[in-house]
Design a protein around this ligand. Structure first.
Ligand code: G
Ligand code: G
Ligand code: MN
Ligand code: NA
Length: 254
């Protein structure tokens, strides 16, 4: 497979790049967290989106070294923003199931935090519900170790998995991200508004944070704000962009 070979070399040649997308506190307009999203700067194909290579990276196991590169790069970037005196914010990294099954994830995270000098509380790990449905003792142990370290766990695309909600009791979850499929028509579809409202109330009752993703319009933002959702992410605020692109914004806020 040539894409697979290309991908192996891409890591050595430093062809992967991270873009960042803010999660904004809409009460103050400040950035609470930056989600790292990987892209591949391919020498001939241009900027390749993760949907084109993450599944292959998962199949081949390359997601393990790639995931560690993402973690390392995102933590180092956040530490650099802190060192530059910008207002502190968290950094979020997406985790593939394979990264849990191969090697010792908690150990890797601890090492990367030590190497980059980032305090654990600034790191958020985004996992999908499918990861949590696997309630193998080993998986639970890994998340408990991350929690004890002070690392935050966020559930991505919340509401799209086979949610039994059982896992909310078993895993040390800190934040729910309302999937953008519930946000898209929230201004016109009462069912979506009811679902988002229920998730927001549940999160509040469980003392969890909640972030709405895929917010593209002012109307969507207003409906979510009326439902007491304070944290939002989406094209309305910013598309994912290279770190340098945020420097003026962050500098201005400082
Ligand atoms: O950035 P974009 O919307 O194209 O991302 C598409 C998908 O790729 C999203 O589901 C996102 O979670 C996933 N993704 C982006 N970056 C990473 C990464 O570093 N690791 C993993 N495992 N998935 C990622
Ligand atoms: O699954 P995950 O939440 O990690 O996916 C993140 C991806 O969602 C990003 O790569 C980004 O391209 C995409 N995304 C972020 N904000 C929006 C938005 O407002 N609308 C749409 N359609 N996609 C978005
Ligand atoms: Mn995510
Ligand atoms: Na998502």
């Amino acid at each position: 497979l040539s894409l697979e070979n290309d991908m192996r070399r891409a890591l050595e040649r430093d062809e992967f790049v991270l873009h960042y997308q803010p999660k904004v506190n809409v009460e103050h307009g400040q950035i609470a967290c930056m989600e790292a999203l990987v892209r591949w700067q391919h020498p001939t194909m241009g900027l390749v989106p993760p949907s084109r290579f993450i599944p292959l990276a998962e199949e081949t196991g390359l997601i393990v070294p790639l995931g560690e590169w993402v973690l390392q790069t995102a933590c180092r970037q956040n530490r650099a923003w802190q060192d530059a005196g910008y207002p502190t914010m968290q950094v979020a990294v997406n985790l593939s199931p394979r990264q849990l099954r191969q090697g010792d994830l908690a150990e890797t995270v601890a090492r990367v935090l030590a190497e980059t000098g980032l305090a654990p509380g600034w790191l958020v790990i985004e996992v999908t519900e499918s990861i949590l449905m696997d309630d193998a003792e080993e998986t639970i142990r890994t998340f408990r170790r991350l929690d004890r370290m002070g690392v935050r766990i966020s559930i991505d695309d919340f509401g799209t998995g086979y949610s039994s909600l059982h896992y909310l009791k078993k895993f040390p979850v800190h934040t729910l991200k309302i999937d953008r499929s519930f946000v898209r028509e929230i201004a016109s579809n009462p069912d979506d508004e009811a679902i988002a409202g229920a998730v927001i109330s549940m999160a509040k009752g469980l003392n969890l944070g909640v972030v709405a993703e895929g917010v593209e319009t002012v109307e969507q933002m207003e409906v979510l704000r009326a439902l007491n959702c304070r944290y939002m992410q989406g094209f309305l605020f910013s598309e994912p962009a290279p770190a340098e692109q945020f420097t003026p914004v962050l500098g201005h806020a400082a």
